[in-house]
Design a protein around this ligand. Sequence first.
Ligand SMILES: Nc1ncnc2c1ncn2[C@@H]1O[C@H](COP(=O)(O)OP(=O)(O)OP(=O)(O)O)[C@@H](O)[C@H]1O
Ligand SMILES: [Mg+2]
Length: 428
Amino acid sequence: MAMKRVTIEFNSVFREVNHCRRRYRVLKGSAGSGKSVNIAQDYVLKLMDPRYKGANLLVVRKVEGSNKDSTYAELLGAISRTCGDKADLIWDTTTNPLQMTCRITGSRVIFRGMNDARQREKVKSITFPTGKLTWIWIEEATELEESDVDILDDRLRGLLDNPNLYYQITFTFNPVSASHWIKRKYFDITSPDIFTHHSTYLDNRFIDEAYHRRMELRQVQDPDGYRVYGLGEWGETGGLILTHYLVEEFCRDQGRFDFMVHSQDFGFNHANAILTVGFKDGELYICDEIYVYEHDTTEIIEIAQKKGLSKSLRMWCDSAEPDRIKMWHKAGYKAMAVKKEPGSVRAQIDYLKGLKIHIHPDCRWTLKEIQAWRWRKDGRTGLYTDEPVEFFDDAMAALRYSVEDLRRRRGKGKPRSGGSRIAPGLFG
Ligand SMILES: Nc1ncnc2c1ncn2[C@@H]1O[C@H](COP(=O)(O)OP(=O)(O)OP(=O)(O)O)[C@@H](O)[C@H]1O
Ligand SMILES: [Mg+2]
């Protein structure tokens, strides 16, 4: 079959990565350095290549359900860029089960999670119609435990009948903490089996100008965060604000919660973040997010309407922008300002620390923020202060707003989730 490569292009920083045949291919890098796109494209080309007949790819994220919008979407994009209008002729892709099979080679891509014992057990019994499991891609690998990777590593064994084939695990991640086991296991030693790689958004020629500006801002406002997400260097080991959260799939029907709210932190150059949060038996569930940069209020309202954001829930908003609250209110949402007072940020954080937090894997930006949300360090003493770093904290601000009413009303009756009462004075 004559195949026209349509618009597939690579960043040169990954050239060596894509030729590497070592068992462990470990890619650390800043946000937006092009790791995920590169690995997706690399695998799509290899799986279509008859020289690698018998190869199959297992794609792993900590939470199985996160694959659909990340790794699966990335591979689908790579297929479409590689095969153009022949994509359906060359690849059979299904979402239930999440799976891709190359019709030329018979090679297959499957997706799994490692979040609990059942899922860990499931990866032990993987088989393929042709060939063997040869390649594993672990995306956002810092989410996994070391023991998860050991289980996966055990799957790659036995003689391969195609001499071109080799076993390989690819890791892609942001180096969130210098105390992470990945650093110890792959970076602090040298071994002929390990290939480590470093990339930053500056190596990615496809990144847009606005992204560069945001990163420059971050360099000034959040130097520690910039080290990880801008430079791709190993991050601080301490100072995280929230650590007691769980990323997992759960039922998001309104009826299963004691009550639900929306909460919103306004932004334009910073993100505008809207969370939908449920409360049940003293635990907090972050069910959904809208997270956009450089959109005006009218555009964000349109997004919310398309998404079907419920208008029956209270929407707690940043009080600094009453005009925006008014626009949301006019659009039919129960938008209401969160009252601010000295010490309220700290009090909200303390309150959040007392709640068990569940994050649905669809809330990708919330997860990115919570993993990076830290106390500010005093430049002189090097000690952490009791103020959070005010950067990349927009979903975290929305999260704080979501508990404010509850925090104030502790022991004073049911919180306001619906109803039509409007903050006195706000709308005349
Ligand atoms: N080879 C490529 N061809 C076209 N666009 C690309 C390519 N590589 C990267 N990009 C663009 O750059 C963006 C960022 O790349 P990517 O998502 O791969 O970064 P990343 O290193 O995985 O970031 P993160 O650490 O945040 O997950 C992509 O969304 C895409 O728009
Ligand atoms: Mg990525």
